[in-house]
Design a protein around this ligand. Structure first.
Ligand SMILES: NC(=O)c1ccc[n+]([C@@H]2O[C@H](COP(=O)([O-])OP(=O)(O)OC[C@H]3O[C@@H](n4cnc5c(N)ncnc54)[C@H](O)[C@@H]3O)[C@@H](O)[C@H]2O)c1
Length: 379
């Protein structure tokens, strides 16, 4: 796929705008170093109403909250800030209820706009509040982790966890726009950068061989926070995700390709009780395992699988030893996966670097072999 389409770049200001074309819910993703400071201009341009509720976590608030608030207040907005503790536990019905209470107590009505300033946890939770409070409020995403900038802030999936399963309660609620400032990643811990890189690598594998080569060449510069490299990585990732979401907003067919690496990845996250591995780390392991399955099914040649594995090996990942992986336990988790139909485990698999096929049924013995393959990583 040609990732250069559907993108406008203003060279003078170095601001890139990508359109997610969804009919009347069409929205832009605006990407540029330093754009957070100019958020107020964008809010004005999109005629965002006066009252704005910034939902964030305390870590992000400490680093970047004041810059956003200043810009919004200067643009004439009344800003309410709700800062939660950071962590996945916040994606819960209990946290949502506390926020509904706070919104009611502050007299927030339907004219207000909810702004998510944070990683995927804040984006998912704030989006869920925006989708449900008083039957729906306007929503703006300002993602601050690499994972959120390249993945979770684009596409409109919002939601919270149920004690029995992750992301089980939610909605599709598209933002009015997404504002991405790569410079906020300078305060992000390296492990979170690696986690986000998992999704970046995934886009290359499933959709764009040229982009995969670019990631191979530029990995170290991205971790050194080279602004041009990071902006290019984020921009191409958003372009590719926007293309998929625009083709299949509600995940009826094409959007399922974004789940490459996620069937085994989610089972690994579950095995690590959602604390041993970050989401993107689990996806990196999941892609290694699932690419092997594609090899054993005769879909892809070994050289390409090795190439993916070599790239993954350049990213320091936690050992899998503490997870005490057993393929039977992983298979049980996979059977409960939303993607499993009538007891058949299905996953999208690559036919080459840059090209993936829609989900198909995978034999259990290949999954067992793939888990066995992960033993080189201490499984
Ligand atoms: N909606 C979707 O389509 C989608 C897709 C993928 C993942 N997700 C969800 O995203 C969540 C994971 O998101 P995440 O990986 O961004 O984790 P996260 O939101 O928990 O953020 C990770 C950590 O980084 C900190 N942080 C964030 N930005 C920072 C910054 N600029 N500087 C310093 N620290 C910063 C946060 O405080 C947090 O401690 C999961 O709940 C997952 O289910 C959603």
């Amino acid at each position: 796929m040609n990732s250069q389409r559907n993108s406008r770049t203003s060279l003078t200001k170095r601001i890139h705008t990508i359109t997610v074309p969804l009919g009347e819910r069409t929205y832009p993703i605006v990407i540029g170093e330093g754009v957070l400071r100019r958020a107020g201009d964008l809010f004005r341009k999109h005629a965002i109403g006066r009252t704005v509720v910034v939902m964030t976590d305390t870590t992000v608030a400490r680093h970047h909250g004041a810059v956003l608030e200043r810009s919004l207040r200067t643009a004439g907005h009344t800003v309410h800030t709700i800062a939660l503790p950071s962590g996945e536990q916040q994606k819960s019905l209990a946290a949502a209820e506390r926020i509904y209470t706070e919104l009611l107590q502050r007299g927030i009505d339907r004219s207000a706009t909810i702004v998510a300033l944070g990683g995927g946890v804040i984006g998912d939770l704030a989006g869920f509040i925006a989708a449900t409070y008083q039957r729906g409020l306007g929503f703006v995403q300002i993602p601050t982790t690499l994972l959120a900038q390249v993945d979770s802030s684009v596409g409109g999936k919002v939601g919270i966890n149920h004690p029995l399963a992750k992301n089980m309660i939610g909605a599709f609620h598209q933002p009015r726009f997404v504002l991405i400032d790569p410079s906020v990643l300078r305060t992000l811990p390296k492990r979170e950068m690696i986690s986000g890189m998992g999704e970046v690598v995934k886009y290359g594998v499933i959709l764009d061989a040229r982009f995969f080569r670019f990631v191979e060449r530029s990995l170290e510069r991205a971790f050194a926070h080279d602004a041009a490299v990071l902006t290019a990585m984020i921009r191409t990732s958003c372009l590719l995700k926007a293309y998929v979401v625009a083709t299949d907003e509600k995940e009826q067919h094409l959007r399922a390709i974004l789940n490459f690496g996620h069937t085994i990845g989610h089972a690994l996250e579950h095995a690590g009780r959602y604390s041993a591995l970050k989401h993107g780390e689990a996806i990196l392991y999941g892609m290694v395992a699932e690419a092997r399955i594609a090899l054993w099914q005769g879909m892809i040649d070994e050289r390409q699988v090795d190439r993916l594995e070599q790239l993954v090996n350049r990213l320091p990942l936690p050992s899998l030893t503490p997870l005490r992986l057993r393929s039977s336990a992983l298979l049980t988790t996979m059977m409960k996966d939303k993607k499993t139909l009538s007891g058949n485990i299905r996953m999208p698999l690559p036919g080459a670097i840059g090209s993936v096929q829609l989900p198909s049924v995978v034999e259990r013995r290949f999954i067992e072999q793939a888990v066995q393959h992960l033993t080189v990583y201490g499984a």
